[in-house]
Design a protein around this ligand. Structure first.
Ligand code: UDP
Ligand code: MG
Length: 319
């Protein structure tokens, strides 16, 4: 049992970050000591296959404030952060990536902002050091998300964030499996602030997100917070059908006015229209499939993650 709850909890998901862990832990410890608050650091080893877990244990020996949650396999960044949330007991909870793209030195700024009375402090990455593709994709996703949620934040993707305990409790009570934490938080927060933070290139290693994983993550974001895409699909279907009817009337009228030979000339136009309809239908099926797949995952009610073991200075729990 914990004797007393720390004021700050820092939650960091780890997936094959062996080359970043010791620098991260060192810089984080320095920042935390300077802040002069009681704190805990929760690392979640999301099924790493490199030496990450061993490195974390090594850091824990020097820093007793560290708790390590070991997953039995890889469940993804957001599941890992959830495990950290469930374990955290701080009044203020900070999330951070392990690759040092978010400098830990920015944490005090965020905590100060939260202390002004904000339940969630989000961040905008200034001069973001990511590929052009990632930046363009993020721009589009951020605009769409702002529209869907009605919360006008500039950057939903940056995981350097601060949450008040009540928001973390509410998020933990939300049992959906496919979710996107920064957007989930917006649905509970009464007041949010967004401040600018520095962004660096990845310290060591490669991004853990392939194109397919990124697409899946964006679908998580979209499908778990809105049925707006389905509604759009319905309107699109309606518009396409009306256009089809209009086109039919036009063809019929032209056939009467111009005669039967004219209609043969229009055969390619017909093909074009057909392809368009078929394409729209496939798009619609694909989108429905994404929703249905996620509903299926939810109804199976499998756990969001499975913890193998928790390493903590106070206790060692095996599962
Ligand atoms: N991460 C994780 N599980 C995964 C993928 C990523 O815990 O399946 C962690 C990773 O170790 C890092 C954070 O999530 O701490 C962000 O990952 P990454 O830097 O690869 O994402 P990007 O910056 O490319 O969006
Ligand atoms: Mg990164």
């Amino acid at each position: 049992m914990k004797i007393r709850a720390p004021y700050l909890s820092v939650v960091i998901p780890i997936f094959n970050e062996e080359d970043n862990i010791s620098e991260l832990s060192g810089r984080l410890k320095k920042v935390m000591t300077e802040m002069d608050h009681t704190y805990e650091i929760i690392f979640i080893d999301d099924g790493s296959t490199d030496r990450s877990l061993a490195m974390l244990k090594q850091c824990q020996e020097e820093t007793p404030e560290i708790t390590i949650i070991e997953f039995n396999r890889n469940y993804g960044q957001h599941a890992a952060v959830f495990a950290g949330f469930e374990r955290s007991s701080g009044e203020i909870v900070v999330t951070l990536d392990a690759d040092l793209q978010n400098p830990p030195e920015e944490i005090p700024k965020l905590v100060n902002k939260a202390e002004e009375g904000f339940e969630v402090v989000a961040t905008v990455r200034v001069k973001r050091k990511d590929s052009l593709f990632r930046k363009c994709a993020s721009y589009t996703i951020n605009r769409i998300t702002a529209k869907i949620t009605g919360v006008k934040l500039k950057d939903y993707g940056c995981m350097l964030r601060v949450y008040r305990k009540n928001i973390v409790t509410l998020m933990c009570a939300s049992k959906e499996i496919s979710t996107f934490i920064p957007v989930l938080a917006t649905s509970y927060a009464r007041n949010m602030a967004e401040i600018e933070v520095k962004h660096d290139s990845r310290n060591q290693g490669d991004s853990k997100y392939s194109i397919m994983r990124l697409i899946s993550l964006q679908f998580d974001l979209m499908t778990s917070f809105s049925i707006w895409p389905l509604r759009m699909l319905m309107f699109l279907g309606l518009a396409v059908s009306l256009a089809g009817v209009g086109f039919g009337i036009y063809l019929f009228a032209m056939r009467i006015i111009m005669g039967a030979e004219w209609a043969v000339g229009g055969v390619f136009t017909l093909f074009a229209v057909l392809f368009f309809f078929v394409g729209t239908q496939f798009l619609a099926f694909g989108l429905l499939g994404e929703y249905i797949g996620r509903i299926y995952a939810e109804v199976r009610k499998r756990p969001r993650f499975v913890i193998e073991k928790i390493y903590s200075h106070e206790e060692e729990i095996c599962y």
